[in-house]
Design a protein around this ligand. Sequence first.
Ligand code: 5GP
Ligand code: ZN
Length: 114
Amino acid sequence: MSDCIFCKIVAGELPSENVYETDDVLAFRDIRPQAPVHVLVIPKKHIQSAHHVAPEDAELVGRLHMAAQHVAEELGIAKDGYRLVTNIGWHGQQTVPHLHYHLIGGRQLQWPPG
Ligand code: 5GP
Ligand code: ZN
C-alpha cells in the first residue's frame, strides 16, 4: 500500500535496521525499543492486522512465526523467553496498520499489560 510506512520499509524507501529477511518476511528493529531486544516481524505483503488474515495467508503467517522463532534464537533471547505480541485496531492500540509482531525480550517483562 503506497502510504503505509511498513510497505515503504519493505520497498527500501524508508531506512530500517533489518535483522532477518526472506522472500516474504522482514524483521527489523523497532525505532522506539521497549526492551533490549525489540524487533518487528512483518509479512512483506500488506495485511492490515492479524484480524485481516485470510485463509490464503495461512502459510505466510506460519512462515512469520517461524521467522520470529529464528530471530529469537539468533538474538539470544529464546532460552530465557520473550514476548510475541500483535496489537489490533483502536482498543488494541495498533498504530501502524500493517500486520506486525513485536518480538520483545532481553529483560524480565511484566504481565498483565495495561
Ligand atoms: P503498534 O503500535 O502498531 O503495535 O506498533 C508499531 C510499532 O512501530 C511501534 O512500536 C513503533 O515504535 C514502530 N515504528 C513506527 N514507525 C516506525 C519506523 O519508521 N521504523 C521502525 N523501525 N519502527 C517504527
Ligand atoms: Zn503495508
